[in-house]
Design a protein. Sequence first.
Length: 221
Amino acid sequence: MATFLVEIIERNMSLLDFSSDYVNVNLSFPNTTQHVASILIGGWLIIQKNVPDTGSIFNRFWIDYRNGFGDPTGKYFWFGNEKLYQLTVTGNWKLRVEVQSNDTGKWYSAEYASFRLGNEASKYAINLSGFTGDAGDAFNVATYPTWVTNGMKFTTIDNDNDNWSNGTCTNDESGGWWWNQCGTSGLNSFTSEGNSWGTLQLLGLTPTRYVKSGRMMIKKN
Ligand SMILES: [Ca+2]
């Protein structure tokens, strides 16, 4: 299999709403000719950003979540499930989630030592293990089995793969995600009270589960 390529083309970019040093990269994928403008922060590749107030931008169809949308230098961004699948089959990748409490403004983080997506035929099912961090493991809420989203398929408004038989968990506010019935991790809403990282509340860290801003990133081991 071809190797994962990263070409550094620019340094020290400044992003809206997040302050840090960034490296802008082009990604080249094995088996395809596409090149994707992307951003690394401290070696982490940004795969999602959300600052609620972005209209219904996350209320999108399967093909959009498959291919990706938004701008990694802007307020919202989804890297794309197909590219995530192609990257995460090339070796072991870590996932880092950073969330800002809508109540307190404080940031928390969750890391998973292993992260991969299945292919499109598997509906890009997510597989996570090796949690660490102070935000809690909202993908694996042991006390609420129907909220465990680790292992779930991806669901969009036009491709319902969740476990809620009476409808889809992806409504106007909740956006595409790996839903169960439904879950307490969800960062692709366009409202502050749609985005949630439920372990913030379950662990007593914050009054509610709601997330003001958030981002996700991956790094190859
Ligand atoms: Ca359903």
